[in-house]
Design a protein around this ligand. Structure first.
Ligand code: CMC
Length: 431
C-alpha cells in the first residue's frame, strides 16, 4: 500500500475543525481514503451499509475492473488461466502468489490427491440429516464439522496449521459435495480415486457406482474444471468478507469457511445459479420463448418482486468475463451431448438477447453474470440444480482460504467490528 501525494480534507458545516485524511494508492484500481483515525479525531463514524464505497482490507489476490469487465487472479487474466491452466494450478497461484513450475505443480497435485478421503466417521454424522435436506444445509454442517475431526490443524495463528487446513479443505470439498448428493438419492458413497484429475474424480464420485467402472468424459471434465477456475475467487464479495470477519475472531479455519458456505447459499450470491435454472424451467413451463415478453414485463415491474436471476452484478457494470467463457463452455458441452437444441439453452440465449437490447437493463447496466450460463452447463452434465451452489462452494473454498490466510498474515489485521448509527430509543426506565 503506497501513500499518494494527495490527501483528502473532510470539512464540516457545523463549525468543527476540518480533518486531513491520508490517501493510498493500490497497484491498479481506485485509491482509498484512510479513515481509521476519523473517530478519534472527530467522534464520528462513517456510514456505508452494503459497503458501497468501503474497502475493508488491502489484498493482493484478485482484482476486478467492473467497467472493463476484467478479472485478474494474482495479475493473470481469467481468460488465460481458464485456457491454459487447470484448477489445481490456479489454487496454487491463489494460495502462493505465483503459478507453480512443472515440479511444483506435480507435487501440489499429489499433495491434494493425498487428502481427498474424509474421516470415516463423517458418514455417520451425515446420516443424521433428512434425505431431502438441501445440500447447502448439509455442506454447512459437514464443513463446520471438519474442525471436530482434524484437531491438528485448527490453530488459525499457526502457519503450518493454516497450510494443512487449506489443503484438507480443497481436497475434501469434492468428496463432501458428492457425499451430500449420494446421500440425497440413496446411493452408496464413492471413495475418491487419486489417479483421476480433480474434476474427473469429482465426476466419478457423483455419477459412478460400485457395480461398474466409470469412464470420465473429457469434455465434461474440462467444463467442470473451468467452472471451478471461474468461481475460485472474486475479491471481497459477501462470502469472502464473511470468512474474513468470522476468521478475524481467531476461530479455526474450518469454522470460518463454513461461515462462507452459509453466506454463499443466498440467492443474491451463490444461490443465483440454482435460482436461475429454476427460473428458466418456470418460463419454459409457462410457454417458453413465446411468453418471454410477459416475463420481462414482470421483471421491469417493481411491484412484482421478480428479478431476472443470473443478471446484474455489484461490480461488473459492462460484462462479466466469466459469463463469456461459460457461454462458450455451454456450447461445447451441449455439442458433446448432441443437444445443440437444448430448450433451456435456447431460452437463455433468447432471454439474454431481449434483456441486452431492452432500455431497462441497458440503463441499469445489467448483463448476464457467470451464473446465467453455469447452471446450463451443470444441468447438461447431469448435476441437479440444488447442488449448483455446493459446486460453487467447492470451487470458492480456495479463494476463501487464500483471503483468510492473507488477513491473518497481515500485520494490520484486527478483529472486524463495524460501528453503527443507532436509531432506537435513548435510555429509558422499566416501569
Ligand atoms: N433483475 C431486474 N432488475 C435488477 C436486477 C435483476 N437481476 N439486478 C438489479 N436490478 C435493478 C434494481 O431493481 C435496481 O433498479 P432501480 O435503480 O430502478 O431501483 C438497479 O437494477 C440496481 O440494483 P441493485 O439491487 O441496487 O444492485 P446491487 O449491486 O445491489 O445488486 C445483485 C447486485 C447481483 C445482487 C443484483 O443484480 C441481483 O439481485 N441479481 C440477480 C441475482 C444474481 O444473479 N446474483 C449473482 C451474482 S454473480 C455471482 C456472484 O458473484 O455471487
Amino acid at each position: 500500500m503506497d501513500s499518494s501525494d494527495s490527501k483528502a480534507t473532510l470539512s464540516f458545516t457545523n463549525g468543527k475543525p476540518s480533518v486531513e485524511l491520508p490517501v493510498y494508492k493500490g497497484t491498479i484500481g481506485p485509491d482509498v481514503v484512510d479513515i481509521r483515525k476519523l473517530y478519534a479525531q472527530t467522534g464520528m463514524f462513517t456510514y456505508d451499509p452494503g459497503f458501497l464505497s468501503t474497502g475493508s482490507c488491502s489484498s493482493s489476490i484478485t482484482f476486478i475492473n467492473g467497467e472493463k469487465g476484467e478479472l485478474l487472479y494474482r495479475g493473470y487474466p481469467i481468460e488465460q488461466l481458464a485456457a491454459k491452466k487447470d484448477f489445481l494450478d490456479v489454487c496454487y497461484l491463489l494460495l502462493n502468489g505465483e503459478l507453480p513450475n512443472a515440479e511444483e505443480s506435480k507435487q501440489f497435485h499429489h499433495l491434494v490427491s493425498e487428502h481427498t478421503m474424509v474421516h470415516e466417521q463423517m458418514q455417520y454424522f451425515l446420516r443424521g440429516f433428512r434425505r431431502d435436506a438441501h445440500p447447502m444445509a448439509v455442506l454447512t454442517g459437514l464443513v463446520g464439522a471438519l474442525s471436530a475431526f482434524y484437531h491438528d490443524s485448527t490453530d488459525i495463528h499457526n502457519a503450518e496449521h493454516r497450510h494443512i487446513a487449506a489443503i484438507r479443505m480443497i481436497a475434501k470439498m469434492p468428496t463432501l459435495v458428492a457425499m451430500a448428493y449420494k446421500y440425497g438419492i440413496g446411493q452408496p458413497y464413492m471413495y475418491p480415486r487419486n489417479d483421476l484429475s480433480y474434476a474427473g474424480n469429482f465426476l466419478r464420485m457423483m455419477f459412478g457406482n460400485p457395480c461398474e467402472d466409470y469412464k470420465v468424459n473429457p469434455v465434461f471434465e474440462k467444463a467442470l474444471d473451468r467452472i471451478f477456475i471461474l468461481h475460485a475467487d472474486h475479491e471481497q464479495n459477501a462470502s469472502a468478507s464473511t470468512v474474513r470477519l468470522c476468521g478475524s475472531s481467531g476461530t479455526n479455519p474450518f469454522a470460518a469457511i463454513a461461515a462462507g458456505v452459509a453466506c454463499l447459499w443466498g440467492p443474491a450470491h451463490g444461490g443465483a445459479n440454482e435460482a436461475c435454472l429454476n427460473m428458466l424451467r418456470r418460463i419454459q413451463a409457462d410457454g417458453g420463448i413465446a411468453k418471454l415478453g410477459e416475463f420481462i414485463a414482470k421483471v421491469k415491474d417493481k411491484n412484482s418482486g421478480v428479478r431476472l436471476m443470473g443478471f446484474g452484478h455489484r461490480v461488473y457494470k459492462n460484462f462479466d468475463p466469466r459469463a463469456k467463457i461459460m457461454q462458450a463452455t455451454a456450447a461445447e458441452v451441449l455439442a458433446e451431448m448432441g443437444h445443440k437444441k437444448d430448450p433451456l439453452f435456447d431460452l437463455a440465449q433468447a432471454l439474454a438477447k431481449i434483456a441486452l437490447e431492452d432500455d431497462y437493463f441497458v440503463q441499469r447496466k445489467l448483463y448476464p453474470n457467470v451464473d446465467f450460463y453455469s447452471g446450463i452447463v451443470e444441468h447438461a452434465i447431469g448435476i441437479p440444480s440444488n447442488l449448483f451452489t455446493g459446486i460453487f462452494a467447492l470451487a470458492r473454498t480456495v479463494g476463501w482460504v487464500a483471503q483468510l490466510n492473507e488477513m491473518i498474515a497481515d500485520p494490520e489485521y484486527h478483529i472486524g467490528r463495524p460501528r453503527q448509527l443507532y436509531t432506537g430509543h435513548a435510555r429509558r426506565d422499566v416501569a
